[in-house]
Design a binder for this molecule. Structure first.
Ligand code: SF4
Length: 387
């Protein structure tokens, strides 16, 4: 998949190729196509993804002749930031332009030495999980590889990382922002290759995590392309409840999903890796002790660690945040059953950047947003007026 490709062109200039999102292999193939040596790809990757340079003219170890040729054929175009929001807890959210009046969101969460970037993969999402603000926004399109890796570029650049001896601020990436990554398979895989490549961001495979709600056929193929970490957006211990919370479960039920996830993790060359199970706790929906016992039983044969996420309310949802008592009881049951269980701390809620709250501004093609708003008696959200 990574060796054959349709040349990605830029919207601004359709004749020119945008090299921003080209995976290392595709970049080498592109240089070969224009009669240049593969090491040029390495030089270009370093300029762009390690030094933040997007103007060929500044690439001083490339001859003037080749710089001119590159400028004739290609551009390096990351997406544009519309607005940046800084939370009092250090979380930073970027609202990023995604053409046609839409915008996506990316969130950076600092935690001591660790800096985790939560990256979006689609403009909106077609899957409509009942507890998720993105789902309520409807869907517009898949992000390009340039728009996905561009989020890492933007965040790293904003912290001065893309400079000589710049501090490594983005240490971890989670594909848990807007969209279902496995429904945008090729572009997500290309972006992951750039995240991990030593000539680009060089993030360890143990620090890049793809989170899926359960697109089983795509998960079955994933191991052929990457060895990134895997998270499963589970949220329920049985099919009856999961069908309500995560509708794709009706197509690919829990047993199929866990089997596929197990095959992925067991197919990785390094042993001892675990699947992260994400479980959003919603008051009186999936937070009862019997749910915790059922979850413990369900996961008995699967190598997992469990991350509990207290539901973060948003305007189009009637769900409520889990109580502290229910949260601790749930956690204690899982710990007593032998599972490593963590609770995700809510970060950035003063800038609507907490888990499940990312909404951006989706020019919705599905009209789902309109239906939800009509039901709630609310006006449509602001669509950002740019071309
Ligand atoms: S939880 Fe993920 S898959 Fe479900 S609607 Fe939200 S973005 Fe889409």
């Amino acid at each position: 998949m990574t060796d054959t490709f349709e040349t990605p062109t830029t919207g601004a200039n359709n004749q020119k190729v945008n090299l921003m999102g080209m995976s290392p292999n595709k970049l080498k193939a592109w240089f070969a196509e224009i009669g240049e040596k593969p090491f040029r790809a390495t030089q270009l990757l370093k300029w762009v993804h390690q030094l933040g340079v997007t103007d060929f003219e500044e690439m001083t170890n490339i001859s003037k002749g080749l710089r001119n040729k590159l400028a004739e054929l290609a551009v390096i175009e990351p997406p544009k930031v519309i607005e940046q929001f800084d939370s009092k807890d250090g979380t930073r959210k970027f609202l990023i332009q995604a053409s046609g009046g839409s915008a996506i969101e990316t969130v950076f969460i600092p935690d001591g030495e660790r800096g985790t970037l939560c990256v979006s993969s689609q403009v909106g999402c077609s899957l409509d999980c009942s507890f998720c603000a993105t789902g309520k926004q409807g869907f517009n399109r898949d992000l390009t590889a340039a728009e996905i890796i561009g989020q890492v570029f933007i965040a790293a650049k904003s912290f001065g990382q893309l400079e000589v001896k710049g501090p490594r601020k983005v240490t971890n990436v989670v594909l848990m922002g807007m969209g279902e990554p496995l429904l945008n398979f090729d572009n997500v895989v290309d972006a992951i290759h750039l995240m991990m490549d030593d000539n680009a961001y060089g993030i360890s495979k143990r620090r890049v995590t793809l989170s899926t709600s359960g697109v089983v056929p795509a998960l079955d193929r994933l191991g052929e392309y990457t060895d990134a970490c895997l998270a499963i957006s589970l949220h329920a211990p049985n099919d009856e409840l999961r069908n309500q919370l995560v509708p794709i479960n009706k197509k690919y039920p829990i047993a199929q999903l866990l089997d596929s996830a197990k095959r992925y993790i067991q197919g990785l060359p390094d042993t001892h890796r675990k699947i992260t199970i994400e479980y959003t706790l919603i008051d009186h929906v999936n937070d009862r002790p019997e749910h915790a016992y059922e979850l413990a039983e369900l996961l008995r044969e699967v190598p997992v660690k469990i991350n509990l996420i207290p539901f973060n309310p948003f305007s189009l949802s009637n769900y409520k945040r889990v109580s502290n008592n229910a949260l601790h009881r749930f956690k204690d049951i899982l710990m007593a059953a032998g599972y490593t269980t963590t609770v995700r701390t809510t970060r950035g809620d003063d800038i609507d950047a907490a888990c499940g709250q990312l909404a951006g501004s989706v020019n919705d093609k599905t009209r789902r947003q309109e239906r939800y708003l009509a039901k709630a008696g609310q006006e449509p959200v602001r669509i950002i007026p740019f071309a």
